[in-house]
Design a protein around this ligand. Structure first.
Ligand SMILES: Cc1cc2nc3c(=O)[nH]c(=O)nc-3n(C[C@H](O)[C@H](O)[C@H](O)COP(=O)(O)OP(=O)(O)OC[C@H]3O[C@@H](n4cnc5c(N)ncnc54)[C@H](O)[C@@H]3O)c2cc1C
Length: 399
């Protein structure tokens, strides 16, 4: 029987960040991850837009410098426009006297920095590759049995095991799920014009198409398509793919001259009806999955980790039981409402823009032009996109 303070199931970015935040303060953590992470650089077609708040969390955890030493791309501008009109929204970090709006980073770069840090933390024990078989919760502790027969116990079990969360399933925590009937196709592409350190997004009736800038001058695209179109576009030969993608993007960055592997993800919105039960907390995609149109999923998960670590450390410092419902409810109250708001905003934007209906087109074009001209509204939106609006946990606040 291995005794810890916290067992974390799922060593993706969110679970690993939580393990770092707790392990730094001497909390005895068991981190259980099913797969050895792929830490190669330049191979993953998916990249993440990382907000300033997430950057600050990584700085607080002491892992930012290791990430920044890799080929990451700071973006200074964002441009959003609608295929059905002339409304344009442009964000420029200089307006807020900020050096950038965020970074585009590969998951492997983030995970490599977190794993390196975890290996240096004596109070964190990483079980990888390892799967849990069974969970038993009683009044005093959570007990996890791994597939190889080992038993782990702790005051708190944190589930960061992704959108399909086997922990959530085993504990019978329900989710509200909505299928968007859209799929995001992701690939790296080379364009004839420079990306200008700008995150570009064009709204098409089938869904948004984003071009995210990469450090090597290429872009990573996230092309959200109606389910019925995905297989056809995935199967196109390179020249036809380049031509169709270039046209969908209105040739804003010239011609597409090269591209890498194409991958696709069906999109769902999903929210757990509760994030907590006695001795258990869900976080990251295990608690919520949202539309990727604003690139917020992992950023929300990192804020979950920062808030959960904050309430656990505060109670631990007072000698309290960190698995009690009062502690966990604080976490849930703080994060569930924020995540719900972001989900609703993404849903509303997706519904308004992924829509060929003429009145909706007029509303969104008028809206884009209006917001584009209204400086205070634009600045408020920029702060939200950067993750620096609202009540931030200490780990996400600039020191
Ligand atoms: C197309 C697309 C683009 C996106 N772009 C962005 C973006 O730009 N910015 C952004 O912030 N977000 C983005 N997201 C969202 C982002 O991918 C997710 O929010 C993020 O991966 C969630 O991280 P997580 O650690 O919670 O879960 P995951 O990354 O799913 O990690 C869960 C971990 O749990 C492990 N696990 C599962 N089951 C078990 C088990 N039984 N035992 C042990 N371990 C287990 C898995 O192996 C995995 O490592 C995007 C999503 C999509 C689909």
């Amino acid at each position: 029987m291995d005794q810890h303070d916290v067992i974390i199931i799922g060593g993706g970015i969110v679970g690993s960040a939580l393990a770092c935040a707790l392990g730094e303060s001497g909390v005895r953590v068991a981190l259980v991850e099913a797969r050895e992470p792929d830490l190669r650089i330049g191979t993953d077609p998916r990249v993440y837009a990382i907000t300033r708040a997430s950057e600050q969390i990584f700085r607080s955890l002491g892992v930012w410098d290791a990430m920044a030493a890799q080929p990451v791309c700071a973006f200074t501008d964002m441009e959003v426009w609608d295929a059905g009109g002339d409304g344009v929204l442009h964000f420029d970090c200089a307006e807020l006297a900020e050096p950038h709006l965020g970074h585009i980073i590969e998951p492997g770069v983030i995970l490599a920095a977190l794993v390196e840090k975890l290996q240096a933390l004596e109070s964190v024990e990483r079980f990888c590759p390892a799967r849990f078989e069974h969970i038993h919760i009683d009044d005093d502790q959570a007990e996890v049995t791994l597939a190889d027969g080992r038993h782990l116990t702790a005051q708190l079990l944190a589930a960061a095991d992704g959108a399909r969360s086997p922990v959530r399933e085993q504990l019978g925590i329900e989710v509200r799920r909505h299928a968007y009937h859209q799929t995001s196709l992701v690939a790296r592409v080379k364009t004839t014009l420079p990306h200008a350190a700008t995150a570009w997004q064009r709204f098409l009736p089938g869904g948004p198409l984003a071009f995210l800038p990469l450090a090597d001058g290429w872009c990573s695209i996230v092309w959200t398509l109606p389910e019925a179109d995905v297989e056809r576009i995935r199967a196109l030969d390179r020249d036809s793919f380049h031509a169709e993608l270039g046209a969908a993007f209105d040739h804003r960055l010239g011609r597409i001259t090269d591209s890498g592997e194409r991958e696709s993800w069906p999109l769902v919105r999903q929210h757990a009806v509760t994030y907590v039960q006695a001795r258990v907390a869900l976080l990251g995609d295990a608690a919520h999955a949202i539309h990727p149109l604003a690139g917020q999923g992992v950023n929300l998960g990192l804020l979950d980790a920062a808030v959960l670590a904050g309430v656990v450390l505060a109670d631990r410092a007072l000698g309290r039981d960190i698995g009690r419902m009062r502690t966990l409810r604080q976490y849930e109250r703080w994060r569930r409402s924020d995540n719900q708001l972001m989900m609703m905003a993404m849903d509303g934007i997706n519904r308004l823009f992924s829509n060929a209906n003429l009145p909706a087109g007029r509303v969104r074009n008028a809206g884009l032009s209006l917001v584009g001209r209204a400086t205070p509204v634009r600045h408020a939106l920029m702060r939200h996109a950067m993750g620096i609006a609202g009540d931030l946990p200490p780990l996400a606040r600039p020191s």
